[in-house]
Ligand binder design. Structure first.
Ligand SMILES: [Fe+2]
Ligand SMILES: [Fe+2]
Ligand SMILES: [Fe+2]
Length: 428
């Protein structure tokens, strides 16, 4: 999907795919703002319903993954709010196509792309579509069914009903055949009869359910290509949040990788720096669109929300075993050498070279690109500001010197590449 990674060796790389999916789903949860863990609840209800139908092994595991990631095509907090508050919405098709393209770009989960593609299609239409495999159609429609159960749950609770379980069941039963496959509705009605089904969706319970779910074969991410593609998938999700963040993560990753090479780091390190660049703003998924796109200076509360994004990035990545070091670099991209950055306020002695490279690449890319409150700066103006930040003790002088010696190429690495993203380009 992006430029080839420099080193595809497998040495030392061993990440549990399930663990990576579960942790990265937490980044998607952030998009929900007030309505978190939608993916987990959908995964839980879908797999419980499928068990009732006799599904087992990999089919269940696939369903869990599809449930967790089904809304990966949603980066905007506004779009998410509509998806969980309206039963049937004309605009829902777009995030299905985007999510399917994302998943299709990551080899270990590419087979689930069609499931994501059809997860808001009515059964009356989907079952007549001869291009869609029957198993895929059922899996998609099951996600649609429980996705709507979760949307109704949020909607009725907001209306003041804390336990609207029968109302949800009645509503979904009335849509059997039209929206949903009758066999799926019947299984759902059977297993959602007791209130335990609904109580198991509470935050701690549903997180535990997903965490302990059977993981047949325990698939691993063992190639740098796959790790790069997974990071790139999430970079697309983050960058799609706003026109002003278009390709930001990918620009930072390209520039950081270039600077790491110029700095003489090993191929393996260069690769890791690139992955940290792709993922550095993962926590931004939790920043409401209005704050991210604000052209006015942020007030105290909005700044606090904005400032927590690098901590969220750290927290999410740090839970993936094998990515602890990358988490540290990515989480420190707003730290400064004099210790007045955020979220840790680390001083220079605690900031490794890789973190300093990402910090410089982040500032460079942000300055070079148009923002809500100003146009993008020229390479020379960007460099002048980097030099000032170096003089103020914020950025590493040796890394800024690498930029100064390679300015035009750094600028080209940082700027969006036409045709380098997914087909629709830009934001939602
Ligand atoms: Fe959806
Ligand atoms: Fe959803
Ligand atoms: Fe950031």
């Amino acid at each position: 999907m992006d430029a080839p990674v420099t080193n595809l060796s497998v040495s030392g790389l061993d990440i549990d795919l399930r663990e990576a999916i579960c942790c990265l789903t937490e980044a998607l949860n952030l998009v929900g703002v007030d309505e978190r863990q939608h993916g987990e609840r959908v995964a839980c209800m879908a797999t419980e319903t499928a068990r009732r139908l006799g599904w087992q092994g990999e089919a269940l595991s696939d369903l869990l993954h599809a449930g967790l990631l089904h809304d990966c095509g949603v980066s905007s907090t506004r779009v998410h709010a509509r998806l969980v508050s309206e039963l049937d919405w004309d605009g829902s098709e777009r995030h299905c196509k985007i999510g399917a393209a994302y998943l299709g770009s990551f080899r270990p989960l590419a087979h689930l792309a069609p499931v994501i593609r059809w997860h808001h299609s009515h059964w009356s239409v989907l079952s007549a579509n001869t291009d869609v495999d029957e198993k895929i159609a059922l899996m998609s429609n099951l996600i649609y069914l429980v996705d709507r159960a979760d949307a109704l749950l949020a909607q009725y609770r907001r209306g003041g009903d804390p336990a609207p379980f029968d109302r949800i069941r009645d509503k979904l039963a009335s849509l059997s055949g039209a929206f949903f496959a009758p066999s799926l509705v019947d299984a759902f009605l059977e297993c959602s009869r007791g209130e335990a089904f609904w109580l198991a969706l509470e935050p701690l319970d549903v997180a535990e359910y997903v965490f302990h779910f059977d993981n047949p074969g325990a698939p691993r991410i063992e190639s740098r290509r796959d790790l790069h593609d997974l990071a790139s998938l999430f970079a697309h999700i983050v960058d799609a949040k706003s026109p002003y963040t278009y390709e930001h993560s990918r620009g930072v990753a390209r520039l950081a990788s270039r600077l790491a090479q110029l700095d003489g780091l090993s191929d393996e390190r260069v690769c890791q720096v690139e992955i940290a660049g792709l993922l550095h703003d993962l926590g931004k998924l939790g920043v409401p669109d209005e704050i991210l796109e604000s052209s006015a200076p942020l007030d105290h509360d909005s700044r606090a929300i904005m400032h927590r994004h690098s901590y969220d990035t750290f927290r999410i990545l740090h839970r993936i075993r094998g990515m602890e070091e990358i988490a540290g670099w990515a989480g420190c991209h707003h730290e400064t050498l004099i210790g007045d950055g955020y979220p840790f306020q680390y001083e220079a002695s605690r900031l490794p070279r890789e973190a300093r490279i990402i910090a410089v690449a982040d500032v460079f890319q942000a300055l070079a690109q148009d923002r809500p409150y100003r146009k993008g700066m020229s390479p020379q103006d960007v460099l002048s500001l980097l030099v000032k930040m170096r003089d103020d003790g914020k950025l590493d002088g040796e890394v800024v010197a690498l930029v100064a010696g390679d300015l035009q190429a750094c600028y080209e690495a940082a700027m969006p590449k036409e045709g380098n993203g997914l087909p629709w380009g830009g934001a939602e």
